[in-house]
Design a protein around this ligand. Structure first.
Ligand SMILES: [Zn+2]
Length: 323
């Protein structure tokens, strides 16, 4: 597949090949990343019934949500504006202010993990990161990023090393803090996430690969069919019921949500199953930013059903916070 995605010099033959390449790519797509991935040794596949049996009990995790940056992106990417509820609310396309988060999970025995990676320190400068292509920076409007706390700044305040990073999905705004993370820190992702193909990846893959540069192979959660049938897979991360990974495909094929049993009650980190407060409160899936919008709507519905089943659940949409 990689032969379809190389940049070609514009000679006459090159131009012909470029067109053939683009045509082939429309049909075949490029993988999200060329970085290697292996099956994670961490985590045990369980049933969602086992998760729900303990979900509302306080757990051992010290939980913290960090605002890494403020950002502005287009609403039609974040919200399916053709959804009847979006239409009824009169939502139109335009700029939507959002935030980039990462979540700190401190386990008393297994150490400190983060969910998603925040923002690399390089974005504190006007040029941003040299790891991201000009085209991607322009498309992502990284010039509107205002860094609140870079991942390097957060790491410098920690007393113990970071034990690992749980990535909800490998879109750039969820992996753009990884260059600040020590190379030896293990990185966990959903199954098939790096090899998922999409036309858009032709433009983003080099920039995504650069975030993983120098890191070991990504570790994919060992999801298996959920015996209770709620999710595409449920993994008990440490085997003690404290953190659960949930396979919620749609936004990307390997999208992963997390149910965290903190000392103060349960938190649900949904990744970009929906990005906004409106999306969660109205059950409206993302728009053009999703790989498979209809499938993401099904996954969002499944996550929303947890709200009714788990008392006092605090939910964290991808890029806006609930009151
Ligand atoms: Zn995102």
């Amino acid at each position: 597949m990689s032969a379809y995605c190389v940049a070609l010099s514009i000679t006459r033959l090159g131009r012909l090949i470029l067109w053939l390449t683009l045509l082939a790519t429309v049909g075949l797509g490029c993988t999200a990343s060329r970085h290697p991935a292996v099956r994670a040794e961490l985590g045990t596949a369980r049933s969602s019934d086992a998760m729900l049996a303990v979900a509302s009990e306080p757990g051992p995790i010290e939980f913290q949500k960090i605002v890494a940056a403020k950002w502005v992106v287009i609403r039609s990417g974040l919200i399916n504006l053709d959804h009847p509820k979006a239409k009824a609310a009169g939502l139109e396309d335009g700029d939507e202010p959002i935030e980039i988060y990462f979540y700190v999970l401190r386990h008393p025995r297994f150490g400190t993990y983060i969910v998603d990676s925040g923002v690399e320190r390089a974005y504190e400068s006007e040029e941003g990161s040299s790891r991201v292509s000009w085209l991607v920076k322009t498309a992502m409007r990284t010039e509107t990023l205002e860094v609140e706390k870079s991942t390097a700044a957060w790491l410098a305040e920690q007393r113990e090393p970071l034990a690992g990073v749980f990535i909800t999905h490998i879109h750039l705004d969820h992996v753009m803090g990884l260059p600040d993370v020590p190379a030896e820190t293990p990185i966990f992702v959903g199954p098939g996430e790096p090899v998922a193909t999409q036309f858009l990846n032709l433009f983003t893959r080099g920039s995504i690969d650069a975030q993983f540069e120098g890191k070991a192979a990504l570790r994919e959660w060992p999801f298996a069919p959920d015996a209770a049938g709620r999710f595409d897979g449920v993994v008990d991360v440490f085997g003690d019921g404290s953190i659960w990974a949930l396979h919620v495909p749609g936004h990307t094929p390997g999208s992963t949500a997390f149910l965290v049993r903190s000392t103060e009650g349960p938190h649900l980190l949904i990744g970009d199953a929906t990005h906004t407060r409106f999306g969660w409160e109205n059950g409206v899936e993302p728009g053009s930013f999703s790989h498979d919008p209809p499938r993401s709507a099904v996954s969002l519905e499944k996550l929303k059903s947890l709200e009714a089943e788990i008392p006092n659940l605090r939910v964290h949409p991808g890029h806006q916070s609930l009151p």
